[in-house]
Every structure is written in structure tokens, then in C-alpha cells.
Design a protein around this ligand. Sequence first.
Ligand code: KG4
Ligand code: ZN
Length: 339
Amino acid sequence: MRIIGIESSCDETAVAVYDSERGLLAHRLHSQIAMHQAYGGVVPELASRDHVRRLLPLLRGALADAESGRETIDGVAYTAGPGLIGALLVGAGFARSLAYAWDRPAIGVHHLEGHLLAPLLEDDAPGFPFLALLVSGGHTQLVDVAALGRYRVLGETLDDAAGEAFDKTAKMLGLPYPGGAALAQLAEQGRDGIFHFPRPMLDRPGLNFSFSGLKTAALVALRGRVLDDQARADVARGFQDAVVDTLAEKARRALAVTGHRRLVVAGGVGANRKLRERLSGIAADNGARLYFPRPEFCTDNGAMIALAGCLRLAACAAPERGRLALGARSSWPLENVGI
Ligand code: KG4
Ligand code: ZN
């Protein structure tokens, strides 16, 4: 079974071709970051218009890379939500038109389902069930994954997402948007313990997160100071240590509560090296193993959407495949995706 995957929920336009026998055949991506950088964040209308421009050339390129003609394609998967509604509508309209023209099923995929299944793109893929820590620019969730489409959210952020906190703090440090990866790089030169930031919600039971206070603590630490390069690196280090400690401790608690032997980390912040190191230690201490996608599949991409679409199509009996086509929706609780 061979599926096209289309991602357009935010500021990346991406198209991939995934084959259930041969794995990922091709993936192409255009990042809009340079376009949005002048505004310090994503401008939704510009994002939608750019998706319109990019989708067709990316599709042609991905099909050529995969050496796949239309007759080889069994379905067209696309991100149906959550995300920026205009951006989603462009991808959904494009994907559903293509599916209609080629007389193939259209498969709407939940963006976060794509992220949490992304480690299945790797040779060393986790089986079900597993615990997933989803850490992206828009979401921070601990999810109990029983099987495809059977997700229980154990905890989530009450305010900012981890990636959002990284981006806002990076901005305060004068780093360009989105600053998560640049902040992590700056933190490499930072010294331990010069700036100590709070570890939000660790003093309370439960598996929820809160990152807005941490961002404010970084603002207070920076206010009124003239910071040299070393001091900026020290702030970055203090901030990253606080986020990593918080995510790791909640992941440890969730492993203990669920008894899972597999821990998956996915989403853009999942590319963070310090976070991966810490989580792999925690997994080992709890008799579990850590799985993660390669860095380019941590951030938004079409490969994870193609893979999720392929699994969904395979799990759906032929007469019912029409119900896989979903309208775009800006908000969509992960627990409601079903199968
Ligand atoms: O998953 P993603 O591409 O987009 C959403 O679906 O939100 O995640 C993007 C987020 C951004 O906030 C970015 O700053 C952050 O992931 N990010 C990182 C790193 N690489 C990307 N944060 C911390 N460390 C990194 N190495
Ligand atoms: Zn994402």
C-alpha cells in the first residue's frame, strides 16, 4: 500500500510518499521560517498563501523522487487538524481534490497522531503500547498509546507549550524565531547553576505542565541587565535545565503510573539533545527504552502524515473508507480521533 502524505498545519509545507512494504520512499519540505522571521512569529494569512504556492511543486518532486506514478498510489493522507485553519484548509482542499481526481481514498490525519507515530518511520521502531511525550511548539502532552487511534492524554500543559516557552525565551535572548534549537546551542556554552529557574508543577501530584511562569522568570532574570555572551549562555542553560528537569520528572512519573516499557519522545522539542539524554537515563532506570524519530522527523514533516495515513487506511475495511476523509478543524482533542 502506497500513500501520499501532506502536511500544512503551520509554517511547513511538506509532501511524502510512504510504502507499507518498502518504508519511506520520498519526502520533501519547504520551511516558511525565513518568510515569517521578519514578524517574529507565524503570520497565518501569509502561511496559507505560501502553502498554495508550494504544494504542487513539492508533490511533483516527491512523486519523482519516489519514482511513483499515479497508478501506484493507494490513498492521499493530509493533516486535518489541529493547526491554523487557513493553512489546514489549503492542504485538505489540495489533498481531497487530488484523491477525488485519482479516485483514491482521502485520509484526514490528526497532526499529533502523526508526531507520536513518527518513531515508527525508523528501523528500530517501537511496538504498541507505549508512553509518548509529545513536545512541540503548540503542544506538551503525555499520552498513553494503547494502539493506533487509542490515545489517553495523561497530562498536558495548562498554559504555554514547551516549544513556545523555548521560542519566547529565545526571543528575549535576541535569537531569531523559532529559537528553540538556537537556544539549545547557546546553552552548550552556559555554566551550571549560575541562573536557577523554577521547576513548575513538580511540587504537585499529577502529570500536567505549566511553562508560562518559567518564561516570566527568564524575563525577570534578564530585565535591567546588560548581558554579555557568557551571561546569555548561562541564562539559556538555566532555562533549558529547568524545562528538561520538568519534562523528565513528569515522564518518570507517567512511566511509573502506566508501567509501560517503551517511552517515545516526539515533536520539535524532542530534537533537544539534553532532553533525549535525560529521558534515556530515566527510561533505563525504569526498565524501559527510549524511542525517538531522527531530528528532521521531530519537527513538522509529511512523512509522519503519510505513515499515519497508511496505518489508518490499512485498518479500515474497504466499504468504510469514505469516512476517512475529514474536514479541516483548528482544534481537535487527540482522544477523539478514534479508529
Ligand atoms: O513539532 P514542531 O515542528 O511544530 C509544532 O507542531 O508545533 O515544533 C516546533 C518547536 C519550536 O517551538 C522549536 O523552537 C522547537 O520545536 N525546537 C526545539 C529544538 N528544535 C526545535 N526546542 C528545543 N530544542 C531543540 N533542539
Ligand atoms: Zn507539529
